[in-house]
Design a protein around this ligand. Structure first.
Ligand SMILES: *[C@@H]1O[C@H](CO)[C@@H](O)[C@H](O)[C@H]1NC(C)=O
Ligand SMILES: *[C@@H]1O[C@H](CO)[C@@H](O)[C@H](O)[C@H]1NC(C)=O
Ligand SMILES: *[C@@H]1O[C@H](CO)[C@@H](O)[C@H](O)[C@H]1NC(C)=O
Ligand SMILES: *[C@@H]1O[C@H](CO)[C@@H](O)[C@H](O)[C@H]1NC(C)=O
Ligand SMILES: *[C@@H]1O[C@H](CO)[C@@H](O)[C@H](O)[C@H]1NC(C)=O
Ligand SMILES: *[C@@H]1O[C@H](CO)[C@@H](O)[C@H](O)[C@H]1NC(C)=O
Ligand SMILES: *[C@@H]1O[C@H](CO)[C@@H](O)[C@H](O)[C@H]1NC(C)=O
Ligand SMILES: *[C@@H]1O[C@H](CO)[C@@H](O)[C@H](O)[C@H]1NC(C)=O
Ligand SMILES: *[C@@H]1O[C@H](CO)[C@@H](O)[C@H](O)[C@H]1NC(C)=O
Length: 575
């Protein structure tokens, strides 16, 4: 009794140890439920900020596939999934078009993971597809993105799930590569094998073909403990074989048209209790007529072989061929064929830049819909940034013209590689922040923001008082030279918005006005700041010149009202 209890406990313990952590996300719904197999699914609201929910027209389909999330705006939309950093996972995405838009026009689009290309998804009218990948996420969040290829075709997704795997599974490659599933078969089986028969819910497709013979294993059980990838014993209970010893068994086709590196797992077991003095089953594994292995499967025991360095294309022939001394044809029970990805980009956009973008997103909630890596993969940056083409990309442009930005500019000073900030046609309020002056080579476009500078220049000073006004501000509130440069430029902008002619007369003012200014301070109560005065004067003159020159440039560039301030030379003037 005690022993039985102990064994039961032990089994429970073992089960617990190998249990997989699972997260199932049903896209386009907020419902959570447990499906008929006992797999738990949650709605996708916590993982994605964009997209629309839709319902597949076909009501026959499982509840998992009956809803989908469609992305009609933005080139790239992403799910962010925390909790799996450093854990080997099987990540699976489901796509079922289900004619949700009544257009009978299933789209195609790209699927990305963690800044890497995963697949091009070509959806079909009347069937669903799943894409599986195995890898070790390096980032805090797994990011799964859908990227538009054709402007008239909207990416969508039906479900997303993650199963944790044991770290020693699929370990013939290092963690800087991922395995993209190409095919996974249970030969001779009549049904797909999956959860709970496979505790990791790998989908083992039933395989049969005209030239092959399905056989069932006469053994009542097969020991699978020798297989490091934990093949389910159900996969080993059947096999497929050729009709005669002289015909070869062609496995694993078709692979991609181009040559790729593949990861091939094959699972073998003898299906009959052979008379060892008269029967022998032995066969070669051959790649394009070259023998890479010899297999002699044992009864009641599963054998797994892994080949992780075969380069293959659709022309490659991988065959099992009986050896000359074999009395029986080759056989196989299970196969997994993956494409090994290129080295994963463990690169990510410069983290200080990412923080700067996050501040912008906090400041302007309309920008929160963008997630995933802002710059990677390089073909799919966020719609409103340009990046350098480096392994650690930097953000060089913010292209936010007409993005409905409403409110003051937040502190995004960490984006110090910015060269262009385009804020045309928004509703930005308040000042242009000081930190922009420290960006070495910046061009800022800000016209079409009626409330920009609203705080500080409700009534712009008249032509003759521009300098006085500027200096008043400068000598009272500016703490540093750099700050002075920016504010001077900002004030100048406030003025120059009104008229181009005024800008063309920088020499109107004289030094005397510096002392005599007594305009009401616009923001901070005026304090005496004598030591700054001389500096301020210099700043004003030089900055005025710089900004006017740039202002003229931008006019020539067709800026219209000339509401662009260009700070491009500001740094150069003072350093
Ligand atoms: C990770 O994902 C969660 C949920 O989507 C999100 O709240 C969080 O900001 C993400 N963290 C990072 C570093 O992207
Ligand atoms: C095994 O094969 C040998 C040779 O054909 C035969 O003599 C023997 O009886 C067989 N044994 C069994 C158990 O069938
Ligand atoms: C695969 O690797 C093995 C051992 O590392 C090597 O002997 C064999 O030549 C390689 N095969 C190919 C096709 O590169
Ligand atoms: C990101 O950029 C900053 C400069 O602002 C630099 O100091 C930092 O090293 C960069 N980080 C990486 C990971 O390249
Ligand atoms: C941003 O990138 C796009 C696409 O590469 C390019 O056409 C555009 O000129 C870039 N804009 C800036 C300001 O760099
Ligand atoms: C980015 O750099 C890579 C390699 O340095 C190059 O092959 C690629 O064409 C570049 N892409 C762009 C858009 O400049
Ligand atoms: C800003 O909006 C106006 C009016 O809608 C438009 O004519 C102009 O082209 C826009 N400017 C930019 C840079 O998009
Ligand atoms: C500044 O920008 C100009 C043109 O936009 C470019 O030619 C120059 O190399 C940039 N300088 C620096 C230091 O980035
Ligand atoms: C801009 O200033 C005007 C005049 O002070 C005020 O009426 C208006 O409400 C302000 N607009 C915003 C968006 O702050």
């Amino acid at each position: 009794m005690a022993i039985t209890n102990f064994i039961a406990l032990l089994l429970l313990f073992l089960r617990a140890v190998s249990a997989s952590v699972h997260l199932g996300i049903d896209c386009g719904t907020s419902n959570s439920y447990t499906d008929g197999l006992g797999i738990k699914w949650v709605g996708d609201g916590a993982y994605v900020q964009s997209g629309e929910s839709h319902t597949a027209k076909n009501s026959e389909v499982s509840s998992l596939l009956s809803t989908l999330r469609v992305f009609k705006s933005k080139k790239k939309n992403c799910y962010n999934i925390p909790g799996f950093q450093g854990i080997k996972v099987l990540l699976r995405a489901f796509f079922y078009y289900g004619n949700y838009d009544s257009n009978s026009s299933p789209p195609f689009f790209d699927l990305l993971f963690d800044g890497n290309k995963w697949a091009t998804v070509q959806t079909v009218n009347d069937n669903w597809k799943n894409f599986d990948i195995i890898y070790v996420p390096k980032r805090q969040n797994i990011s799964v993105c859908l990227a538009q290829i054709n402007p008239n075709q909207f990416p969508f997704i039906s479900a997303l799930e993650i199963w944790s795997l044991d770290s020693n599974m699929y370990n013939q490659i290092d963690s800087s590569h991922a395995l993209i599933l190409n095919q996974r078969f249970a030969f001779g089986s009549h049904n797909r094998i999956s959860y709970p028969t496979d505790p990791f819910d790998r989908y083992w497709a039933a395989f049969s073909s005209n030239g092959l013979v399905s056989v069932s294993n006469s053994a009542s059980s097969v020991d699978v403990t020798q297989t490091k990838d934990q093949v389910p014993s159900a996969v080993m209970s059947n096999a497929a074989t050729t009709s005669s010893k002289s015909s070869d068994f062609l496995v694993g086709t078709p692979i991609s048209a181009q040559e790729v590196l593949i990861y091939l797992n094959m699972y073998f077991t003898e299906v009959q209790d052979l008379n060892s003095s008269s029967d022998l089953r032995r066969f070669n594994v051959m790649v394009d007529n070259k023998v890479i292995d010899v297999v002699n499967p044992a009864y009641q025991t599963a054998l797994e072989t892994t080949y992780a360095n075969i380069t293959a294309s659709s022309k490659t022939r991988i065959v099992l061929a009986a050896t000359s001394d074999s009395t029986l044809p080759p056989l196989i029970s299970g196969l997994e064929l993956f494409i090994i990805t290129d080295q994963l980009s463990n690169s990510a956009t410069n983290t200080t830049d990412v923080e700067g973008l996050a501040s912008l997103q906090e400041g302007f909630l309309v920008l929160k819909e963008w997630s995933g890596d802002p710059c990677l993969p390089a073909e799919y940056p966020w719609d409103w940034v340009n990046c350098t083409n480096d392994t650690t990309p930097r953000i060089t442009s913010l292209l936010l013209s007409g993005y409905n930005l409403n409110g003051p500019l937040p502190d995004f000073s960490s984006l110090d590689a910015l060269q262009t900030i385009d804020l045309h046609n928004n509703s930005i309020t308040g000042d242009i922040p000081n930190f922009l002056a420290s960006f070495p080579n910046l061009t800022l476009f800000s016209s079409g923001n009626p409330y920009l500078c609203n705080v500080t220049c409700p009534n712009p000073p008249s032509k003759h008082h521009v300098k006085k006004w500027l200096v008043g501000v400068l000598s009272s509130v500016i703490p540093t030279l750099v700050g002075a440069a920016v504010l001077a430029a900002v004030r100048h902008w406030c003025k120059c918005c009104k008229s181009r002619k005024e800008k063309a007369k920088p020499s109107d003012s004289n030094a005397g006005e510096l002392e005599s200014t007594n305009r009401t301070p616009l923001r901070t109560p005026r304090r005496e700041a004598m030591p700054l005065k001389r500096t301020a004067q210099k700043v004003v003159e030089e900055v005025t010149r710089a900004t006017i020159e740039q202002g003229t440039n931008s006019l020539q560039n067709g800026e219209g009202e000339a509401c662009a301030i260009e700070l491009r030379n500001v740094w150069g003037v003072f350093v």
